[in-house]
Design a protein around this ligand. Sequence first.
Ligand code: FE
Ligand code: FE
Length: 191
Amino acid sequence: MNLEEGKAVIKPLLSEKRYRHSVNVSREAVRLAKKYGADPQKAETAGILHDCMKDLPADKQLKSMEQFGIILTDVEKAGKKLWHAILGAAYIEKVLGVTDLEVLTAVRYHTTGRAGMSLLEKVIFVADFTSADRDYPGVDRMRKKADADLDAAILEGTAFTIGELLDGGWAVHPDTVNLYNETVLKLAEKK
Ligand code: FE
Ligand code: FE
């Protein structure tokens, strides 16, 4: 699927703001892919599609996941924000016919991350934090890290996400904890 096809697919599914975010993530993912040696074509596709289910109402997301036979863990059931990634991967595979496993997993893990991520998964995970539309406090720092070392950006991103979850009293997905731990240990080794 090329960029134009991807745009046409997501346009009717998303708000204008989310549509623009998706285009920006796609663009940023291509940039990072070229910089770090991932496949730019796959980065473009995964980037444009990564949030395709995000604006579907929560009850419909849940229903769709049931129809796809997806079984959620208790932490996933409690974390509505995780649903669009899990459903998104199933949707692009089963409805859009995306067969590339790397693209599917990049979409699947773009929110939680996981230990042992492929380069493409890392690129999408980080691009979602550093796309041009992002303006949270600390985004400049995050962009600098993304340009210096993907793993450093992942550490920053997972620490930020876990911090927010702790502050809010929410459960933390084990995949995110595993990615955080893996990255801390990996960066300690690099020093
Ligand atoms: Fe997302
Ligand atoms: Fe996103």
